[in-house]
Design a protein around this ligand. Sequence first.
Ligand code: NDP
Length: 383
Amino acid sequence: MNKVALITGITGQDGAYLAEYLIKKGYTVHGIKRRSSMFNTDRIDHLYQDPHIENRNLILHYGDLTDSLNLTRIIGEVQPDEIYNLAAMSHVKVSFDTPEYTANADGLGVLRILEAVRLLNLIPKTRIYQASTSELYGLVQEVPQKETTPFYPRSPYAVAKLYGYWITVNYREAYKMHASNGILFNHESPLRGETFVTRKVTRAISRIALNMQEKVYMGNLSSKRDWGHAKDYVRAMYAILQQDEPSDYVIATGITTTIRDFIKMTFEEVGMEVSFHGEGVNEVAVLRSINEKIFKEKVGEVYFENANKRIGEEVVGVDPQYFRPTEVELLIGDATKARERLGWEPQYSLKTLIEDMVLSDVKLMKKESYLREGGYKILNYFE
Ligand code: NDP
């Protein structure tokens, strides 16, 4: 019999990579997706199977982390060997706008899953992975941050995730559940949501290179993050649930980089060199030079002339609307425990992560540019 996994948040970045990974391992994967007025399954469409096919290895259910009855019914029907709770309102800045909803989905949502497993008498069968986050560390207490570092959350998102973390630990201790937290540091990929900082950068720089956009506005350029590739991080989630004993693990690369340097490296990936000037809200990046060979290879010959004309222009600015009310200045993780116990190592470096993201975004943006040149207009239903 195939092992059965249930993934909440399957339509998100990590859900998509994890579903693909588990299907390749021979799992039958069930996923919970939210009802939406538009299709929201782009990231997993390549895995989709017609419901009329027998023995499907991907089955989707409508559901929501804020609905206990729905979660309990699905878990009861699916009888999963493993649950990966990845669903969350995952955007830190947006959590300041929707704090109550974030607490409900990201905090109480975890309780609903744990309690469903308990009430359905599935404790001996079902292992649970909870998507915890480096944002729990918030205000720096120790560098680098490891499993024993005290938490100091700095956003409604992180506070909700703090509840999720501790309720997972509590159910493990109280009911002997195989429930574990992965304290994952930032991880990115071509599938990262467009409003997250790395993807915003790779997307905007692809558009700047293709002459589709003049400038990008950013928030705090000095924040430091430990960035890995989502493909590496879903391997860690799986490994955590294969351990005989449940436990909590930091998953990180151990290298931290400012957003400013991430931007520089992304420009370099397409052969463009920028320099930063000024401070705070007045800081800007100016395009200094273009390496013709790299640019033509990565972006395309036809775009070079227009890009080259822009040397000396500002391509990055700062807009305080993107500042968080309370910032997390420095995240850098120590994944020694994961290395020693899980044998986990990241395979991507920051450079290869950026390369993967930029190549994908250049391709995507070119598609948009071709469509526009071909006369494509956004459909106006009211015209
Ligand atoms: P995404 O934002 O890409 O995906 C979140 C998923 O959760 C989406 O499928 C979304 O559905 C779903 N979702 C949101 N709210 C609900 C809800 N109320 N009920 C059911 N589903 C819901 O996040 P990632 O894939 O990047 O992250 C996965 C998990 O890991 C999240 O919990 C995140 O907080 C956590 N995490 C992520 C890190 C990162 O760097 N990526 C770092 C540390 C932790 P829809 O597609 O409909 O929006």
